[in-house]
Design a protein. Structure first.
Length: 129
């Protein structure tokens, strides 16, 4: 996911930070490079997984999606609950959750991040019929 320098960082981060349960968090260490630095997003509660985003510094225009990255996958505890929260924030999946290749052990669906990258949501806790 691309995030711009300080001028451009605010817009994508503002869109991400209002997502249910996701806030900018302090990281154990920060990396700052000449052309990028890192932003860390994670759960509002202490603990849990943290997502690291590379922030492009000094970029004057939007980031162009490349062809070397297909999607990012996230394992979630409650896919249906998360999809309800995302729908309330105006985010809909590409299609309803499904079991890929006829597999019975998990369901997936895809959403797009604010920059257009596909994010796979993978739920290993299947709902009870």
């Amino acid at each position: 996911m691309a995030v711009g320098d300080d001028r451009h960082e605010r817009r994508p981060l503002a869109r991400l930070e209002h997502r249910p349960g996701l806030v900018k968090v302090r990281a154990p260490r920060t990396a700052n490079f000449e052309s990028a630095s890192n932003v860390y997003l994670g759960p509002a509660r202490r603990g849990g997984d943290v997502l690291e985003l590379a922030v492009n510094v000094g970029r004057d225009g939007p980031y162009v999606l490349g062809d070397g990255h297909n999607h990012t996958a996230l394992v979630v505890d409650d896919l249906d609950g998360l999809l309800r929260q995302l729908a309330a924030a105006g985010i809909e999946p590409e299609r309803p959750p499904y079991m890929p290749g006829g597999r019975k052990e998990y369901r997936i669906c895809f959403v797009a991040d604010p920059d257009g990258y596909r994010v796979e949501l993978l739920d290993t806790a299947l709902p009870t019929p």
